[in-house]
Ligand binder design. Structure first.
Ligand SMILES: [Zn+2]
Length: 595
């Protein structure tokens, strides 16, 4: 048996026999015997990948992507290697004192301007980001939002904040009920299935797990309490089992979006419910319809409206006043507007210090929509491109701007990420011969200056409302410096070898740099590059050799055995695309890892 890892949390697995998660205790200490039924067709990849993830938890083999664990708790175990690097210079370097980060400024959608970020409690940040409604595979718009807030989460942690990051699941909703009825599946099973799919997508994109991921159905009592409080304060009314928020009784309504109440009316697409006192009033509680899941409440059987859940869960986990509330800009109205109204109607002291909203994803300059068939799931894209290429692509545009997705933009992102990893791999290869030797020379002045200025620019850009576009562009100078040091070192070594072979007379000219200068420069440049890629979540979870090899070999296979020139770094897997397309619609096989 390989050496058992220590300091890991107790493994919990959902047991279909007992219908609950249980601590996993093998019959024989240190040994596991596992049987998985086999099937013939390709649609079972989902099943085998799920069990492969479990299998890879074995002590000898680290999971290829340590984030790809279906086993989640709150707070989740932190995968090794993803701790934010310390602010101080790497210990292997004798670098001068590094610049301290400037004041972080974030754009607040409420005040419509950039503001210095000051958390309520010194050193701690409470952040709530609206999550998905799990009734289908997540699309690229979801990737846009969660990568944007993952970058913020990672940067806040890098700055030394302790961040309480809450991201919910709307696991009861009209769309879930409709989809479950169509598929002949129960609502909980369908939503749990797509929650798992969403978590796998997030892991692929290296989005760190939030500290807490609550589900609406786990918070019905808090929702009922909140609605009761709003009614007690005279800001909501019940009508035949429904409860509506009364916008006429809440005078700050629309303070976030800055809309006028009649604009709002013009945008109401659903048929006007004549029972409402004002057509803009929105549902807090919906009376149960025939065949729908329901909960008992003071207003009869029913279920929560959409907006109330985030008011209830943000207050439950973060309190009535917290630091950051985020989501896509399409959520400003009505979702966040209604959320704010509900929270303040119940507890007037309720406040979000900074509202943050990310831009849309367009396809070839057109708004993405399912009806126009220019719509992509995360799976569609990562079947064609490496997930880090998608993350890089999304980060190339500032989070508040709209991203324009096109094949050419994805190819460019893919090439850039390939170039970064290839350069770092070449650097690792060369340095592997020298890592054990103590190189005593200082970092050459030229590289030292470059690294210091890169570090300083990185902090300036990130602290200025997360300017990731400039950060990613800034890597190019470091990569150029690595490549030129690699080339010069190689030439120098060849020259020295020749000189030694020929045993000629002493060198007439001393080269400007000795090999150890290049080595020290490379160590410093590589460290800076990897340090910043880790902060941004762009370092691959497996070794660079594996990442580069895997995709290239798959691609060469696909193109007929290495006859093609250096391929574009992506993995066209037609079979996978088909497979992914088949799973959601038909609900062919329930997924064995559902919990
Ligand atoms: Zn929300």
């Amino acid at each position: 048996m390989a050496e058992k890892r220590t300091n890991l949390p107790q493994l919990h697995l959902f047991n279909s026999m007992t219908k609950r998660k249980e601590p996993f205790q093998p019959i024989v200490e240190g040994k596991v015997r596992m049987y998985v039924c086999g099937f013939g067709h390709i649609g079972n990849a989902r099943v085998y990948v799920a069990f492969d993830v479990l299998y890879r938890l074995k002590t000898g083999t680290p999971p290829q992507n340590p984030l790809l664990s279906p086993l989640r708790s709150c707070p989740p175990p932190r995968p090794p290697g993803l701790e934010p690097p310390a602010l101080s210079a790497p210990s292997s370097l004798t670098m001068a004192e590094r610049k301290t980060p400037p004041q972080l400024e974030l754009f607040n959608s409420m005040t419509k301007k950039k503001e210095p970020f000051q958390p309520r409690v010194e050193g701690k940040v409470g952040m709530y980001v609206c999550g998905v409604t799990p009734y289908d595979f997540s699309h690229i718009g979801h990737a846009r939002a969660y990568v944007a807030f993952d970058v913020l989460y990672r940067y806040l942690k890098y700055l030394g904040y302790e961040v309480e990051y809450v991201r919910n699941f709307t696991d009861i909703d009209d769309k879930i009920i409709r989809r479950a009825n169509e598929a002949g599946e129960n609502v909980t099973s369908l939503s749990s299935r797509f929650i798992n799919e969403f978590l796998l997508d997030m892991a692929e994109l290296q989005c760190l797990p939030p500290t807490c991921e609550p589900r609406v159905t786990e918070h019905i009592e808090h929702i009922i309490e909140l609605i009761t409080k709003i009614m007690d304060n005279g800001k909501a009314y019940a009508m035949e089992g429904d409860v509506y928020f009364s916008v006429d009784n809440y005078h700050e309504y629309l303070c976030l979006s800055g809309r006028k109440l009649d604009h709002n009316l013009a945008g109401v697409r659903v048929a006007v419910d004549t029972r409402k006192r004002n057509p803009a009033d929105f549902a807090l509680w919906k009376a149960a319809k025939e065949g729908e899941p329901f909960w008992e409440s003071p207003w009869g059987r029913g279920r929560p409206g959409w907006h109330i859940e985030c008011s209830a869960m943000s207050a439950h986990y973060l309190g009535h006043v917290f630091d950051i509330h985020g989501g896509g800009k399409d959520l400003i109205f009505p979702h966040h507007e209604n959320e704010l109204a509900q929270s303040r109607a119940a507890y007037p002291e309720s406040e979000v210090k900074t509202w943050m909203h990310n831009g849309f994803v367009n396809k070839d300059d057109q708004k993405m929509s399912k009806s126009d068939n220019n719509f992509f799931t995360i799976r569609d894209i990562i079947a064609l491109y490496h997930p880090m290429a998608l993350r890089f692509f999304l980060m190339r545009t500032h989070y508040r701007s709209d991203v324009n997705h096109s094949d050419s933009a994805m190819e460019i992102a893919s090439d850039r990420v390939y170039y970064i990893y290839q350069t770092l791999y070449d650097c690792e290869e060369v340095l592997s011969k020298y890592r054990e030797e103590a190189v005593s020379v200082p970092i050459p002045a030229e590289e030292k200056k470059l690294i210091d200025s890169h570090h300083s620019d990185f902090l300036d850009y990130m602290s200025d409302d997360l300017k990731t576009t400039d950060v990613l562009d800034g890597f190019m100078d470091l990569l150029k410096a690595i490549n030129s040091n690699l080339t010069d070192l190689k030439k120098l070594q060849q020259k020295i070898e020749q000189q030694q072979k020929k045993k000629q007379q002493k060198q007439q000219q001393q080269p400007q740099k000795q090999p150890e200068d290049h080595i020290q420069a490379l160590i410093a440049l590589e460290t800076e590059m990897k340090d910043k890629l880790s902060i941004l979540g762009l370092m691959p979870p497996s070794s660079l050799a594996e990442v580069l090899d895997e995709d290239e070999s798959e691609l060469l296979g696909g193109y007929g055995g290495g006859l093609s020139p250096r391929p574009v770094w992506r993995c066209p897997k037609a079979a996978t695309v088909m497979l992914v397309a088949e799973i959601p619609g038909g609900g062919r096989r329930s997924v064995s890892s559902d919990s």
